[in-house]
Ligand binder design. Structure first.
Ligand SMILES: [Zn+2]
Length: 223
């Protein structure tokens, strides 16, 4: 059994690795809101475990070992199933789930999680469109692009929304930008200005979105 602190490090290292191939000590410290020396201490501990969860390079950071990656995917599976359960069974909205799932994931057991998965019909994605790793820690391949990267005239189906800002999730809900909705880009202002989209709600005008919003919406381009 891993401590909840180790589980959180695994998740953080995994997501940094997905983005940049590598988890630097300072990036981990920033995301987890802890001081660099505490991160270093934890990384050394995780590298010294038997079997090791990470390989640690002093002053640089960490990379998951195959075993560490498997454990990280298990933690992510629990988190995403928990979020799905909160929405499907308890009526949470997508902006509410993350925090409670963070707490509950550390209090679950494999039995509870597998019962939850079958209760939910073995869902493939969570309320934000994130893939749920299967029982064997496998994730499907997917091709997605941030909405910001579509050119004017291109459209795409929303497949995932970054879950880190609940207020942005509430805003997206309000304006009808939810999973599986197709959006068309009409215009992109230069110099990182707003992205104007055709409003998905019938009869309403175009809508300009800041890049803080469009960078968090991922689409499958329908070219
Ligand atoms: Zn979450």
């Amino acid at each position: 059994m891993l401590t909840s602190s180790v589980e959180n490090y695994l998740k953080t290292i995994y997501s940094l690795q997905q983005e940049t191939g590598w988890a630097s000590t300072s990036a981990i410290a920033e995301i987890m809101e802890v001081a660099n020396p505490s991160v270093t201490m934890m990384l050394k501990r995780m590298a010294a475990m038997d079997p090791a969860l990470i390989t640690y390079v002093p002053y640089e950071g960490a990379k998951l070992t195959p075993g560490g990656e498997r454990q990280a995917l298990d933690v992510i599976r629990v988190h995403r199933l928990m979020e799905t359960f909160l929405v499907k069974a308890l009526g949470y909205t997508w902006d509410e789930v993350h925090e409670d799932a963070e707490r509950l994931e550390h209090a679950s057991s494999p039995r509870l999680i597998e019962r939850m998965a079958s209760f939910l019909g073995d869902p493939a994605r969570d309320p934000h469109g994130e893939d749920i790793p299967d029982r064997n820690g496998k994730l499907p391949q997917r091709s997605e692009t941030p909405l910001t990267q579509l050119d004017p005239g291109q459209s795409g189906r929303i497949v995932r929304v970054a879950a880190d800002k609940p207020d942005i999730l509430r805003y997206l809900d309000e304006i009808g930008l939810t999973l599986d909705v197709t959006v068309e880009v009409l215009e992109k202002a230069p110099f990182s200005g707003p992205v104007t989209i055709k409003n998905p709600q019938p009869g309403s005008a175009a809508r300009a979105l800041g890049r803080e919003v469009t960078n968090r919406i991922y689409v499958e381009a329908s070219d």
